[in-house]
Write a protein that binds this ligand. Sequence first.
Ligand SMILES: [Zn+2]
Length: 270
Amino acid sequence: MFKWFREYKQRKILQKPFPDKWREIMRNRVPHYTYLDTAERSQLEQLVAIFIAEKNFEGCGGLTITDEISVVISAQACLLVLGLPPFQYLKLAAILVYPTTVAMPPSRTSMFNGAGDIVPDQQAILGLASAGETVVLVWDAVLRGTRHATDGHNVVYHEFAHILDMRDGAADGTPILPNRERYRQWVQVCEQAFFQLRNDADKGRKSLLDHYGAVDEAEFFAVATEIFFDRPLRMQKEMPALYQVLAGYYRQDTAARERRHRKKASRTRS
Ligand SMILES: [Zn+2]
């Protein structure tokens, strides 16, 4: 589709007021939405309206797509790209949602050399991003991620980080960055953190990042993204260099945002 036509269509979408019902869903179901300031909230709402209009949500395994499902998934997918230039999810066509953990046939799990997001003993998945064009999500896993907004696990952030990673055609844990210097910094910082995580995983040592991130660089980026949005204060404190490169890529200061949110919450309590 021509760029001007796409922009024209998006303007048309934005002419309609954002549904109150969707805003209510985000307020109740997407805790990180409530962390945003007024300008960020309205920017996120615009992204969500466009995302829902353009992407094909498909209910699988008997699931019917409701407003709640499409809004909760879209809000988190769009939060990732809040600071990035437009059209990050251009190639993404469909989001397939299953009600509960599914076992996928082997051909659907071949991304990342079969390492994908498979739980090995059950051949079951919570989510899957494939070739940058399709995301598969399990609704009860999505809900777990939003119910526990600071536990460092969020399958939507995880799978959409894979989509961003794959924009340059390679699922290699390095998304598109503006210049060579930034690539150099990225590789240096992530490589060090990745090998540290591998070491921790090998020795069974606890770490801020889930050991699943030690599978390969692509999983490392997806797992690091989950922590960057879910537990930014701890990441900034314990892994400042990694926090810095992620904040530089996403162009968001999630730690400052959480600090502001906490302050506001403690003022309301007292
Ligand atoms: Zn993954």
